[in-house]
Every structure is written in C-alpha cells, then in structure tokens.
Design a protein around this ligand. Structure first.
Ligand code: SF4
Length: 263
C-alpha cells in the first residue's frame, strides 16, 4: 500500500496551502496501540489543549502502568511513570513541590478504581490541585483483558465471556459520580471517543479539567470512555458501536460536576 499523498491531476503538492494543521505540541510518533484502540484518538486533543496553555506553562504528566503508559510517548510534555495505581499520589508530591506547574495524571480504570482506589478518594478529599484523566475501557487490557470495577453491564472480557451480569459480578463502581459528591473536587466530567462528534466534545471536557487546575479549584477528574476491541473480542467498528449504544447509555457524557463560574 502506498503512503504517497494522492494529488488530483494538474495540481502540485507545493502549490497547496495547508488549511488544517496539527498543534505545535503534537510531536506524535507512530502509535503502538492496537488498530481501533480508543486511546489513539486522544493525543491530538491533549496536545491542542496544552498548546493553549502557552509555552511558558510547565506541564508535567504522570502516567500509570498499562496500555496507558504509551501516552508518555504521544505528548510533548515532561512525563514520568509511577507505580500501578500510585500515580495520583506521585502527582500530588510533584504538585506540592512545583505548585506553578500543571500536573496531569494519565491512568487507566484499573489504576483509578482498583489498585489505586484508596489514592483516588483520599487525593480528592485533600482537594489536591491536579487533573486526573482516567482512560476507561472496563478491562485490565495489558494483563489479559480481565474485567475491572468500572466495566459496563454486558461488557465481555476474558473473565466475563458472557458479558458482565449484576447478579454474578456486581454493579460497576461509579467513580466519577462518587467523586463529584466530594467537596475537594472542582470539576468532574466524562467524554467518549467512539465517534467524531463525541471525540470533538471531549476537548471541552479536557479543557475544563485543565482550567480547574489553573484556577486552583481542587482536584479535576475526567472519565474518558475508550474502546478496547482486542480485549472485548470485537472489531473496531463493533467496539465503537457497543460503546455508543451500551456504555454511553449507562455512563452519560458531559459535565458531571460543572466548573464553578464565580470570579
Ligand atoms: S489491548 Fe486494548 S487498550 Fe491496549 S492497546 Fe490494544 S485495544 Fe488499546
């Protein structure tokens, strides 16, 4: 398959003017995620929002363990890696030492709602001024696709081949809704990557989470619903359809705890 651009007859590449470019911070190399992985939709969005913060803003990313670790290679910001489920605690330390930096956590649903559940809620209770982005596909993808506590009812995984059933596996833990109840969070939102319209709207939610930190309003938390066709045993198209028709129905997107608008 050729990778050369297809140019209409009579037009030369050097005569064309760019009408849509990538963000300055998009030093995005080849992705190593599986074809159709929902994670790959997000780096451009994050880089665009980081551009908006300006070159003078120091931005530090703390990435958790799992498929999400590859986020570190997709963002043109300083990054470090924490222990599984402990990155929110690592980010707390960095923010306290460097209070003027924008500190962001990139972490999977296992890290937030299983190994790191303690850290998640205690950090919110302390109103730590960081932004946490949970890449939520309902599975522990890099260890074989086992169901996590956030996995939607009906989600197929290696440990729920017939789909998550409440009677057998219990209800999903609504982490975002629970965090929204806590006075230490300044913003909580949810977005999905399953189609272009939702991916576009995700940028607003991510922007709100960064603004929450810039304004010092406490912990910001975003539930980023992402597909994992590999662990769900679906094609990428089937995974996007399942996310839109089942997962988003159970987990409505948008602001869950809106950002305060007072001065
Ligand atoms: S295993 Fe799932 S989450 Fe990991 S890269 Fe593949 S599709 Fe994405």
């Amino acid at each position: 398959m050729t990778t050369e651009p297809r140019i209409p007859a009579g037009l030369r590449l050097e005569d064309m003017l760019p009408v849509f470019g990538g963000p300055d911070a998009a030093a995005v190399p080849d992705q190593a995620w599986c074809p159709g992985c929902g994670y790959g939709v997000l780096p451009r969005t994050f880089n665009a929002e980081f551009d908006r913060l300006g070159e003078e803003t120091r931005i530090i990313g703390v990435v958790d363990i799992g498929c999400v670790t590859q986020v570190a290679g997709q963002l043109d910001i300083e990054t470090t890696v924490g222990g599984h489920g402990r990155t929110i605690a690592v980010a707390t330390g960095i923010k306290r030492i460097l209070p003027h930096a924008i500190v962001c956590v990139f972490i999977g649903d296992g890290g937030v709602a299983m190994e790191g559940l303690n850290e998640t809620f205690h950090t919110a209770a302390r109103a730590e001024n960081i932004s946490v982005f949970m890449y939520n596909n309902g599975v522990l993808a890099d260890t074989g696709g086992q169901l996590t506590t956030t996995g939607a009812i009906g989600l197929r995984s290696s440990t729920t081949p017939g789909g998550r059933a409440v009677a057998q596996h219990g209800h999903p833990i609504p982490v975002a809704e629970m965090l929204a109840q806590m006075p230490g969070t300044g913003y909580v939102g949810r977005a999905s990557t399953h189609d272009p319209a939702h991916a576009y709207r995700a940028q607003k939610v991510i922007a709100n989470a960064l603004r929450c930190q810039v304004e010092g309003r406490g912990m910001a938390f975003v539930d980023l619903l992402t597909t994992c066709p590999t662990s769900w045993s679906m094609t990428p198209v089937e995974a996007n359809e399942f996310q839109g028709e089942v997962i988003v129905e159970q987990n409505p997107v948008g602001d869950i705890k809106p950002l305060a608008t007072d001065g």
